[in-house]
Design a protein around this ligand. Structure first.
Ligand code: NAG
Length: 809
């Protein structure tokens, strides 16, 4: 593979780039003429410009701008002949990595990331900081494992620019005749219009680094005690594959050594053999800088725009790091006060790490998405339809991800839960992400449930899952975010007069929308038309059948079924293998979808209210009434004492499909059951019954008494997921505190709430301590974390859960 890649790249070798001396003037922000919402947007964009936005990498900085610049860090153990094979770059679920992640991170200032690399016998700390005028820096520190003080670690930093947009990046230092670079400082210079003109990229060694001694050198250009630089031309669409490029360059160098009769390859030390050298005198847009250290090391990577005023340097980087970490601590403590029994230092740090990892996983994705707009969903045999994707776009998405090593891309139904966890710390950031998602809603109102934009994102997805289809829905969880935000805005002190100056906006970044009705309304106006289209797409495409069936409702339009289920799976529902009617039928009606539609109608109604759209308030109110009516008149099974799915028998009469668990609990979890309903008692009984939903570690996805409990793939068939547990907890609080709830309901809900809250957090915390990771789901019997590790998507809902009160009044 490496050699064929090499050939590919050789074809693009275009020779020297002409040095471009044109500096583009940096468009400075004069905010005098800007409206408040515009001024806010400008400041927000600046503070979020740079970030670790290649979520799939351990260390990878790029801006939130397509066609510009990207960078990444790789490393390997240079003592071990096998070291290079295990070159670290993308996050992996690798047992050699004891743990990794952000310990503190603020999306606007930066933070600290730590990787405990057992295999390389080194801990790698990377501090990332940025300024408000477009500069950033990374401080990389390596600390060998105890007893390994002389371990050799080879570090490869790379940076590249995409050329088709007038971006240039060049080596600007001196090299000796063997191509080696001075250890202290490596300097690259560049120009990029989209980034703000001319810039400088410095790679600077710390004062006390040690380098491997090289007394017997196979060749002068293989000296591991010196810094090595190599650049070459790589076409824009392959820039992200820097690791493969690096490996192929190294392969070529090793090949040349092997062919050299004056050298005996088995006598060359590993740290020399794995040294990058420029055997072909390439030059170009992708730059590699390799340094090999012995023992502990320190390295600063600093990006400064020429026109900026706030320059970063090795002498001030520490103060920026301190500023970011202190700001994070202070903001966290003021925004998130955990309640008993989680008001201790241990839980505070646990919460900080979870939040940092969620925010540090935010990525910027850009590129084409594969869509099949012609495939019809098969409603006869309910088989998988083979989708043939055509590229659409390119589009962009700013989003957090469920798991950096395993799901490093945007997932529609996960995202609502991510943002619920982010809201308390930085609701402006959550809204920025929400807006990015809503921008993807197409002409028909559809949005793909999985966002696989561009080749880098696609490289992590098996081919059979790459293509999206515009008949397929997914739970509209982003509506939860808006509903909660409006509630927060309502409760937040109105400080209309406070934020008038740019200074005020900058200092209050994180809760500007909440405290400024003008900005919030402007935001809502902006997204409302797309949201409405989105709602109508759901209502139109996921409508249940009534024609020719015996079912009757005065609200026939508010009955729904998930389109695109197969015999065994209902992927659109998000609950993949959760049991449904064993014989799929186009007459099926799904209670979870009805609940999501109710949530959506209710949220749309509150946004319409905010915007004083009386007609729309009325329109969504009728829909909500229809959902609530059908919930109680069509979906309630008196026999099962539960809200259930429905299918039809041979005579086309409705029959209930009651599979107790998350699906039947959803009307409750989304607070759609009337507050004064007696049926709540039955829901609470199912919740608390150890033979049905209740386990010591949270609410089970499927009843323990169900015949399919823990069967088949066993994905949503019993084990515990934090997302639905969060909703249930929130609903318990809602009903327990509702003045119109029956006394029995209140009396039952309160202790369940208290116990469930404690069980959930305690278990996720214990498993984090035990394994070093957050997990995708938790075993209902043992509590153990399982499936994907480093799952800081919705598992981070423990943060808002710790903020909830311990006891309900
Ligand atoms: C190369 O070095 C190895 C290890 O020292 C030795 O066994 C081998 O004979 C050498 N080969 C040649 C061709 O000198």
């Amino acid at each position: 593979m490496f050699f064929s890649l090499m050939n590919l790249f050789n074809r693009w070798i275009l020779g020297l780039i002409l040095s471009v001396a044109v500096a583009f003037a940096f468009e400075s922000v004069t905010s005098d003429e800007l409206s408040l919402p515009e001024a806010f947007q400008k400041i927000s964009d600046q503070s979020l410009l740079w970030g670790p936005y290649r979520s799939n990498l351990y260390v990878g900085i790029k801006p939130k701008i397509p066609h510009s610049f990207l960078s990444g860090l790789m490393w390997f153990n240079a003592d071990d002949p096998e070291g290079i094979v295990k070159l670290r770059h993308s996050c992996e679920q690798d047992p050699e990595i004891q743990s990794f992640g952000w310990v503190k991170y603020d999306a606007r200032l930066g933070g600290r990331h730590i990787i405990k690399d057992r295999g390389c016998k080194v801990l790698i700390k990377s501090d990332f900081v940025k300024t408000n005028d477009g500069n950033w820096a990374l401080k990389i520190t390596g600390v060998p494992k105890k007893g390994q003080e002389n371990v050799k670690t080879s570090l490869v930093f790379y940076a590249g620019t995409e050329e088709d947009q007038d971006n240039v990046l060049m080596f600007a230092g001196n090299k000796d005749e063997s191509g080696n670079v001075n250890n202290d400082l490596t300097r690259l210079t560049g120009v990029s219009k989209v980034l703000g003109g001319a810039f400088e990229l410095l790679v600077e060694d710390g004062p006390s680094n040690r380098y491997p001694s090289a007394t017997v050198l196979a060749s002068p250009d293989l000296n591991p005690s010196l810094t090595h630089h190599l650049s070459l031309h790589v076409p824009d669409e392959h820039l992200w594959q820097a690791k493969e490029v690096f490996i192929s360059l190294l392969q070529e160098s090793i090949g040349k050594i092997r062919d050299d009769p004056s050298l005996n390859i088995s006598e060359i030390a590993v740290d020399q053999l794995t040294t990058l050298r420029n055997v072909n005198n390439f030059e170009g847009n992708l730059h590699f800088i390799q340094k090999t250290f012995q023992g502990k090391f320190e390295l600063n990577i600093i990006f400064n725009l020429e026109e900026s005023t706030e320059k970063l340097s090795s002498s001030n980087i520490d103060s920026y790091v301190d500023r970011a970490l202190t700001h994070f601590d202070e903001k966290f403590s003021s925004q998130l006060q955990f309640q008993a029994p989680f008001h201790t230092k241990e839980f505070l740090n646990f919460g900080k790490e979870f939040l940092s990892n969620l925010a540090g996983g935010i990525g910027y994705f850009y590129g084409e998405q594969l869509v099949d707009r012609n495939a019809f969903v098969d409603d006869d045999s309910f088989d998988n339809v083979k989708l043939v994707g055509k590229p659409e776009g390119p589009s962009e998405l700013f989003t957090s991800v469920p798991s950096r090593p395993f799901f490093p891309r945007g997932f529609y139904w996960d995202e609502g839960f991510h943002l619920l966890s982010l809201l308390d710390y930085d609701s402006d950031l959550a809204l920025e992400i929400l807006k990015s998602w809503f921008a993807l809603i197409d002409e028909d109102g559809w949005i793909a449930r999985e966002q696989i934009l561009g080749p880098e994102a696609r490289s992590r997805v098996p081919a059979e899952f790459q293509v999206q289809n515009p008949n397929i829905a997914n739970p509209p969880t982003l509506m939860l975010v808006f509903a909660k935000l409006l509630k927060m805005a309502h409760e937040s002190p109105n400080s209309e007069d406070d934020f008038v100056s740019i200074q005020d906006l900058s200092e209050n970044m994180g809760h500007v929308h909440l405290e400024n009705p003008e900005i919030l309304v402007d935001y809502a106006e902006d997204i409302y038309p797309k949201l409405k289209k989105h709602f109508e797409w759901f209502a139109r495409t996921q409508k249940g059948e009534t024609v020719g069936l015996s079912r009757e409702s005065k609200y026939p339009n508010q009955l729904y079924r998930w389109i695109g289920r197969t015999k065994d799976l209902c992927l659109p529902s998000g609950l993949d293998d959760y049991p449904r009617a064993s014989e799929p039928d186009s007459g099926e009606l799904n209670i979870d979808l009805l609940s999501w539609m109710g949530l959506m109608a209710r949220s749309m109604k509150s946004i319409a209210k905010l915007l004083n759209k009386a007609d729309d308030v009325h329109y969504f109110d009728i829909i909500e009434q229809g959902v609530l009516f059908n919930l109680d008149h069509i979906h309630w099974s008196e026999e099962d004492k539960s809200y259930c799915d429905i299918t039809v028998d041979d005579d086309d009469n409705d029959v209930f499909e009651c599979h107790k668990g998350y699906v039947t609990l959803l009307p409750f979890a989304l607070k759609l059951i009337p507050e004064d309903s007696e049926r709540l008692i039955h829901v609470l009984q199912d919740l608390r019954d150890p033979d049905i939903c209740w386990s010591q570690f949270g609410i089970r996805s499927l009843s323990k008494s169900h015949p399919l409990f823990h069967s088949g793939e066993d994905y949503w068939r019993g084990n515990i997921w934090l997302n639905i547990n969060y909703l249930i907890l929130d609903a318990l609080k809602h009903y327990a505190e509702s003045p119109s709830a029956l006394p029995d309901v209140q009396a039952m809900a309160k202790p369940i709430y208290k116990e469930l809250r404690e069980n959930l957090v305690t278990n996720v915390y214990n498993e984090f301590k035990r394994t070093g990771y957050a997990w995708e789901q938790y075993n209902e019997e043992t509590g153990q974390g399982q499936r994907t590790r480093h799952f800081l998507g919705w598992t981070s809902l423990v943060i808002p859960i710790m903020k909830l009160p311990e006891e309900l009044a």
